[in-house]
Design a protein around this ligand. Structure first.
Ligand SMILES: [Zn+2]
Length: 280
């Protein structure tokens, strides 16, 4: 039986962790976090969002025991994954470069160990384009993409906060252009990729959820919980350490970035801004 997977695309700080958390509160979707890091997390004994190491976490310990990895597997498979998902290989993968058998094995072991009902959709918020393209090649996975786009100025403002990694505005714009150009190409090329705007998610979450559910051919009913409890996820941003989250409007950049800078950033990201109907 092949496993169903929703894969999030887009730049960091575009609300992907928020979307992943909200989707996890709906019936069919189970959020797992940024799975491109899963082998590194196992190898380096890093902690799940619940605060426990994966081997002690209530969710991941069962997955790990089913994976039955030897030390040798762990080093071969993590190496294959980390190597083949690098950004520099994206053009080759686009042009048809195939995943190696070690790569395929690394994902097969992982996804087979994830227990699921037939209707379950796992959610991977890695965002790496190379990983998305490689996963699409694998026969035991049925992969759909959700590409999240946010106004560049919201992304710049979020990266300027001193919470985790900070990035300067120009560095952010370059990163933003690259990730969104590839995200947009995927949305154009593949009919099973849907584009979601962060701003729409905040203004009207229900409509966004309907879009995602249409993508997976399911009918969206309702959010199960009124407040969203963080699932056991790998990686992700600072939301993960909160016990629960709420959908808050984050348009602080409109106040905190001066008007001339807002216009400058808009111009520097012009193609993506215009394509997505963002206003100056
Ligand atoms: Zn956990």
């Amino acid at each position: 039986m092949s496993k169903n997977l929703i894969y999030l695309l887009g730049s960091g700080r575009s609300g992907t962790t928020l979307l992943a958390t909200i989707l996890n509160s709906t019936m069919q979707i189970h959020t797992l976090g940024e799975l491109h890091q899963v082998y590194s997390y196992i190898k380096e004994k890093l902690k799940c969002s619940c605060g426990e190491r994966l081997e002690d976490c209530d969710f991941w310990k069962h997955v790990l025991s089913k994976m039955e990895l030897t030390q040798e597997d762990l080093s071969t498979l993590s190496q294959a994954q980390n190597y083949e998902e690098q950004h520099r290989f994206i053009p080759f993968v686009f042009l048809g470069k195939n995943a190696s058998s070690d790569y395929s094995k690394s994902q097969e072991i992982l996804f087979k160990a994830l227990a699921s009902e037939k209707s379950t959709w796992f959610l991977d918020s890695s965002k790496y384009i190379g990983r998305f393209l490689l996963l699409k090649q694998l026969k035991f996975l049925n992969v759909k993409g959700v590409y999240v786009i946010r106004d560049v100025r919201g992304v710049i403002h979020s990266f300027s906060k001193k919470v985790q990694t900070t990035r300067g505005p120009l560095n952010t714009i370059l990163y933003y252009l690259l990730t969104n150009i590839f995200g947009q190409i995927c949305a154009w090329l593949f009919k099973d990729v849907v584009k979601i705007k962060y701003e729409d998610l905040i203004e009207n979450p229900e409509e966004t959820l309907h879009k995602v559910y249409a993508l997976i051919d399911q009918r969206y009913d309702e959010i199960i919980a009124s407040d969203f409890v963080m699932p056991h996820i790998i990686g992700g941003n600072r939301l993960k350490s909160n016990k629960s989250i709420a959908i808050k409007k984050d348009f602080a950049w409109k106040k905190n970035i001066s008007r001339p800078k807002q216009i400058l950033y808009y111009i520097l990201a012009l193609p993506i801004m215009i394509l997505n109907n963002y206003k100056v």
